[in-house]
Design a protein around this ligand. Structure first.
Ligand code: ZN
Length: 441
């Protein structure tokens, strides 16, 4: 059996580092340039015992251990987390019936780290799902946790600044306890591309299908220990009963425990439209101003107001009688003019769940008959399952594969160009190695 061995668990005031080694067969899945897994916290975590400090690392390698039938060796692990592994593994087994989830965790010491619990925390991105969870649990005054190293990379200074601002604004607006920014190389210490190849047969990529649920949640274990938290909420994206595979799912998250803390996959029963309704209702009743951040396309934490997801959220807000401008969507005239074309094209190419969300929006808008602007009234006749007419469909059927091919070719070309540069620079470095010594060796 292949092995992953935890060598060291080092805890500093705001940082946890896990040193590890992996056996030969697992090396293609781990980043050669990284030999340490780390997590940093803006709040102190210096008193965390090794069995809790190692939880973020363990959660991020467990799916590798399972799918490669490997052994994870370590000295100490938290008892509550250790005992929950088999429970949340069942969620994966049910989600991927064709996969074999083998492997095992061998710990020298399984240590009880229970505590009298109080309070809660929640992961907070500033998106509609997160704000809806915050609105529902605002009386519990959750501590907000934002993660850097997932969607926002560790070197994206503007993104980090913006995420910090978003977290602080949520904290201030809802008068919550001091938030915690969590930064980790949890996406970089492994090689996503080779792991993607490992799981391609299940129709998923590594991050979305296997890592990002428990991998993200378990980064909170040390802070949950320090604050003696009773609950850590993570907002749901999908609705219970959906048929898509996704590593962040109630059937997995709701079974994760560490120390005395229980994880809850929040609002698993609610649709996105119901969440938007909750947010708009709260803002109207309590006079709050909530700026949503939903866009995947724009950097720096703004909404581009020009992609399908932005338009979907804008219309969802309109359907609930809200003004999108008050929720962080400053649409220009061009955004209005392009909306119909972009939404129809996206719906033509998209999958079931996005269409379901648009059906809910269209039905709500129709029921309320409340499109406030004539530039939006095309949505009243939108059919999410047949978004385009015959001529548009023919046009898209021809142009979509051509554009896809162009994108692939341009990526290949960029790759070849990079390799050429590397080769030329490498040759140059070797030629001058005598002159520059170690620096260019
Ligand atoms: Zn956008």
């Amino acid at each position: 059996m292949e092995r992953i061995k935890v060598l060291t668990v080092k805890t500093e005031a705001h940082r946890i580092e896990v040193g590890y080694m992996v056996s030969e067969g697992l090396k293609p899945y781990f980043n050669k340039e990284v030999d340490t897994f780390f997590v940093e916290y803006s709040q102190p975590v210096g008193d965390v015992p090794a069995g809790i400090a190692v939880v973020p690392f363990v959660a991020n390698v467990l799916p590798i251990v399972w799918l490669t039938d490997s052994v994870l060796e370590l000295d100490e692990i938290d008892k509550s987390f250790y005992e929950s592994i088999d429970d949340f593994k069942q969620g994966y087994i049910a989600m991927y019936p064709a996969a074999v989830f083998g492997g095992k965790v061998e710990a020298q010491h399984i240590v009880e780290n229970g505590y009298a619990t109080e309070g809660c925390a929640m992961f907070f991105s500033g998106g509609a799902d997160a704000y809806s969870t915050l609105v529902e649990h605002r009386e519990e005054r959750p501590m907000l946790l934002s993660v850097i190293g997932a969607d926002i990379t560790l070197d994206d200074k503007e993104g980090i600044l913006n995420q910090t601002r978003i977290m602080e604004k949520g904290t201030e607006d809802f008068q919550l306890p001091a938030p915690c920014l969590i930064s980790s190389n949890f996406r970089n210490f492994i090689i996503g591309k080779t792991l993607d190849d490992l799981v391609r047969i299940y129709g998923e990529d590594w991050w979305h299908g296997f890592q990002h649920g428990i991998g993200l949640i378990c980064l909170s274990a040390p802070i949950a220990f320090c604050k003696h938290l009773k609950t850590v909420y993570i907002a749901s994206t999908n609705v219970k009963g959906h048929h898509a595979t996704c590593a962040s799912d109630g059937s997995i998250d709701n079974y994760v425990r560490f120390g005395g803390t229980q994880v809850v996959h929040a609002q698993f029963e609610m649709s996105r439209q119901q969440k938007i309704a909750l947010i708009v209702d709260c803002c109207k009743k309590e006079g709050r101003r909530i700026k949503l951040r939903v866009c995947w396309r724009s950097k720096g934490g703004y909404n581009c107001c020009h992609c399908e997801k932005c338009y979907r959220t804008i219309f969802a807000i309109v359907a609930e009688g809200g003004d999108p401008k008050e929720y962080g969507f400053n649409m220009t005239n061009k955004d209005f003019l392009d909306a119909e074309r972009i939404v129809k094209k996206s719906l033509y190419k998209t999958y079931g769940m996005v269409r379901d969300k648009w059906i809910e929006i269209v039905n709500k808008v129709k029921a309320r008959n409340m499109v406030p602007d004539s530039r939006m009234d095309w949505v009243l006749s939108l059919d999410p399952f047949h978004p385009c007419g015959r001529i548009e469909r023919k046009f898209l059927r021809i142009t979509c594969p051509i554009r896809r091919l162009c994108r692939t070719l341009s990526k290949r070309f960029a790759f070849l160009l990079n390799r050429t540069f590397d080769f030329v620079l490498g040759t140059h470095a070797r030629k001058h190695s005598n002159k520059f010594g170690v620096l260019l060796a």
